[in-house]
Design a protein around this ligand. Structure first.
Ligand SMILES: [Zn+2]
Length: 141
């Protein structure tokens, strides 16, 4: 007989470099760094540009939208606290600004489609709001 264990969802590890990203999520905004030298957008947050190594980066609000490049349906969670949420979908979203991010997807499995348009959908799951993505529904008249 297994014992009921109360395990909470892990919080993101927030550093001085990534603090503005997580502050933005709390405010409902997707913040990305843009390089002041080569203008490339950057994700994940870091101290210098991975394209030209310049260290002057500016935080700017991104569109919070992109396309789905790939996904996986998770049946065995990587952390025990996520197990009760299985099955869930994670995927790689290429943001409108260029960078890709790995994210949870708030989507029915039968809706999943390569290059489907998605938008940020912040979820208050666990100890910290997290940037999930969901399909952009086409407006019907
Ligand atoms: Zn650069």
């Amino acid at each position: 007989m297994s014992q009921q264990v109360n395990i909470s969802l892990p919080a993101p590890t927030i550093t001085s470099v990534s603090q503005p990203f997580w502050d933005g999520i709390k405010e409902g905004r997707l913040m990305l760094q843009q390089c002041d030298q080569c203008s490339e957008w950057i994700f994940y947050p870091r101290a210098h540009c991975p394209h030209c190594f310049h260290c002057s980066l500016t935080w700017k609000e991104a569109a919070g939208a992109g396309i789905l490049k790939t996904w996986s349906i998770i049946h065995r969670a990587g952390h025990p606290a996520w197990q009760e949420h299985t099955p869930y979908v994670v995927g790689v979203v290429q943001l409108t600004e260029g960078p890709s991010l790995l994210t949870h997807l708030n989507v029915n499995e039968d809706e999943l489609n390569y290059q489907m348009e998605v938008e940020m959908d912040i979820q208050n799951t666990g100890p910290h709001p997290l940037p999930f993505f969901k399909p952009i529904k086409e407006e019907t008249i």
